[in-house]
Design a protein around this ligand. Sequence first.
Ligand code: ATP
Ligand code: MG
Length: 231
Amino acid sequence: MLDISKLNQCYGQSHTLRDLYLSIAPRACVSLIGRNGVGKTTLLKCIMGLLSLDSGKIIYDDTDLAGEPAYARVPMRIGYVPQGRLIFPLLTVEENLLVGLGALSGDEQYLPDLIFEVFPVLKNMLKRRGGDLSGGQQQQLAIARALAIRPRLLLLDEPTEGIQPNLVQEIAEIVIHLNREIGLTVLVVEQKLPFVRRVASDFHIMTKGTIVAGGKMEELSESIIAEHLSL
Ligand SMILES: Nc1ncnc2c1ncn2[C@@H]1O[C@H](COP(=O)(O)OP(=O)(O)OP(=O)(O)O)[C@@H](O)[C@H]1O
Ligand SMILES: [Mg+2]
């Protein structure tokens, strides 16, 4: 479904992604793990077209995303939940949900029932300003906003960062539901290993801008963790 090859990206003189390869099969739930600052968010921004590449390919189905503007991801059904949520604080919840739909054709600009099936709490908050929601509710809104375009591929960047434990559990169950029952393919960047082990079918470990290990979730051993993830 997604096939990234020999990807390189630099911030000025700083070479951040280095000959990176990553493949995601349809309906997989893949976790990308790695220490702070190794380039996980940079990779998601490259997939979303928010950063330009220096070289490499990002093939989504049969299209090389490298040549496509950021908004082209919407009709291609790639949903994105950015790190830090980045909801619009002065827009209402409803306006936040509608924001991405402009890149779809007129008859597709409606909010799918899935949003309120997954986050019933948002139904009573549609007129509330995004900035007035709690941190946990803002994270729910950010995931709901990504679901508004009815994605086939969902990218989540640290969805449990700064979230209290009971909501972390809830977000895990939601990601599992979206992947296993709704059939979305998922790439989730996450630092919390219990969360990763619960939700993901496969893992990839990134260090210094490239993927250094990967496999089925059950193969993520303590020795791999000690080698690549311990501080
Ligand atoms: N706009 C930018 N300009 C220059 N350097 C940047 C920029 N954004 C990120 N970097 C640097 O690129 C490297 C990778 O950053 P990135 O945010 O992708 O890491 P990350 O793996 O997502 O980290 P974290 O786990 O803390 O979210 C870091 O060294 C960071 O300081
Ligand atoms: Mg990050």
